[in-house]
Write a protein that binds this ligand. Structure first.
Ligand code: SF4
Ligand code: SF4
Length: 459
């Protein structure tokens, strides 16, 4: 059997016996018949990815995987808390996120937009609802049906925006339980935040929609700078298209941003969703032709017969040193960040010396003793509450005002206390260092210490 001319990719592989007409989809040979067009695989993959992102978005604050608590000035990542004082760790997290976005963008172009962007997910969901409502209520032929469809669509969309706003607010507002906000009245801050987010989402979903992707999206603009001619794009095979495109226009009608991919692969409006690929793959097989649109790396665009097969790391887009370096740096930063998060001590102390009034940084007690005032923040990252006892050591004769008191700190919380540390005048000089310690009364192996500097008069 000779190789048929409608096999667009890898013509060295002959069709298998018994299958009749076939075409290649990814790594598989798919049989073509008029009765069974190939499934919309990219669309299914996209739906699964979008559902995964939506479930992750709702679950993350509930399982404390990511939360920014404005009330306590702390960030929760993977169940561990970082207070704003540990800004260096926060910076590593931010740099890692930026590196991950940059790497994905360089390798796979706008695939994030089509498969994981919350804006696209919301627009896809509401477009699906609108489509179903129009169909059920005969909106195309009935004026009343159109009015009813529009009214229901607006109400349902506003409801969805409100639900998403509750989930988004959970990233910033303390929740009362896994089913927050059910279970009690909301604070004024939470109410304001939820209504603001819901309002912005409603405006975006009901009016702006994919115009944001094509005109405003900063990620799309960034890609035009960091992307290069080897990034993954959605590509129309112009050579074959001249003879085989039947001008059905379905790829344009199904495109969520309404562009025509036949105009070229680097259009700002293309969010790489792959919808047009599925569409053309469903249309042309009916006349025993393979689809004309595919995902392809930028430097491989052109006559498909000249394409070598991709093997090994190149299948993942790792074509050059720049890409491999980006992946290695991102993996290194991610590994370091996760390691530091996992090895954070269960308890730590943060110290601030505060002003003692008109005498400046120290207090003189009748000339016999000199004292400094400190704000000590006890940070409890352990999974259970602890009672801490504070102490000072490192210098003889030091006393602390709260030495015999216990300070209870709830699990995953911080508590700030004010203490005075004093020493006999003449026994201690300016800038002398000593240690402030905190030990759990319930579990003495949980303890922390911080080095402090004493401020005393020079004479
Ligand atoms: S769906 Fe395919 S055949 Fe139809 S217009 Fe688009 S590229 Fe041409
Ligand atoms: S051109 Fe194709 S891949 Fe690009 S946005 Fe439109 S349907 Fe999605």
């Amino acid at each position: 059997m000779s190789t048929p001319d409608y096999l667009p990719f890898y013509p060295e592989e002959k069709p298998r016996q018994g299958y009749g007409v076939q075409y290649r989809f990814g790594r598989k040979l798919i049989p073509l018949t008029e009765r069974r067009p190939p499934p919309k695989r990219l669309r299914y993959g996209r739906r699964i990815a979008q559902i995964g992102v939506a479930v992750t978005f709702v679950l993350m604050p509930r399982i404390h995987a990511l939360r920014l608590d404005f009330g306590d000035n702390r960030l929760e990542i993977l169940g561990r808390a970082i207070w704003m004082d540990e800004i260096w760790l926060l910076m590593i997290g931010v740099l890692f996120s930026a590196a991950a976005i940059l790497t994905i963008s360089v390798l796979y172009g706008r695939v994030f937009c089509g498969y994981a962007c919350p804006q696209t997910i919301l627009c896809d969901l509401t477009a699906r609802i609108r489509h179903d409502l129009d169909r059920r209520l005969n909106a195309k032929i009935s004026r009343n049906g159109k009015l009813a469809s529009t009214a229901i669509y607006i109400v349902v969309t506003l409801g969805i925006c409100l639900v998403v706003a509750f989930s988004a607010a959970a990233y910033f507002v303390a929740m009362r339980g896994p089913f927050w906000p059910i279970g009690g009245p909301l604070t004024p801050f939470a109410t304001g935040l939820i209504l603001t987010i819901a309002g912005v989402l409603a405006l975006d979903t009901l009016w702006v929609r994919q115009r944001f992707c094509t005109n405003t999206c900063p990620y799309g603009a960034m890609l035009s700078v960091v992307g290069d001619n080897r990034s993954l794009v959605v590509w129309y095979d112009e050579d074959r298209g001249k003879k085989e495109c039947i001008e059905c226009g379905k790829c344009v009608r199904d495109c969520p941003t309404g562009i025509d991919i036949r105009q070229g692969p680097y259009q700002m409006g293309c969010i790489a969703c792959g919808e047009c690929i599925d569409t053309c793959n469903a249309v042309l097989p009916k006349i025993n032709r393979a689809g004309l649109i595919a995902f392809e790396y930028g430097h491989r665009l052109g006559p498909p017969l000249m394409h070598p097969r991709l093997h090994g790391k190149e299948r993942f887009g790792l074509f050059d040193l720049k890409r491999i370096t980006l992946v290695v740096i991102t993996a290194g930063m991610g590994g370091f960040f996760i390691f530091r998060m996992a090895t954070l001590p269960p308890v730590s102390l943060d110290l601030n010396r505060i002003s003692a009034g008109s005498t400046g940084s120290f207090l003189l007690n009748g000339g016999k003793r000199v004292a400094n005032l400190y704000h000590i923040t006890l940070i409890n990252r352990d999974g259970q509450p602890h009672n801490f006892r504070l102490g000072v050591n490192g210098l003889a004769g030091l006393k602390m005002s709260a030495q015999n008191r216990r300070f209870r700190v709830e699990a995953g919380r911080a508590r700030t206390v004010t203490v005075a540390v004093s020493a006999k005048s003449g026994q201690i000089g300016d800038r002398t260092r000593f240690l402030i310690t905190a030990t759990s009364v319930d579990s003495p192996d949980i303890h922390a210490s911080v080095s402090a500097r004493f401020s005393a008069p020079l004479f």
